[in-house]
Design a protein around this ligand. Sequence first.
Ligand code: SF4
Length: 50
Amino acid sequence: MEVKFTPNGEQGKQCRDCKFFEAENANAGIGKCFGNDVPSGGSCNNFVPK
Ligand code: SF4
């Protein structure tokens, strides 16, 4: 499936709220999603709540 990523996710549906997100560097606002760096405020169509 094609991943539609947006750097500005909707409130409550952001990477930081997603079960696939591993907060690696919370201060920088960057975490890992399937091995890729993603901003904690981003979102995509694979979002699954924690
Ligand atoms: S699956 Fe999508 S919403 Fe979830 S952490 Fe990864 S990029 Fe963010």
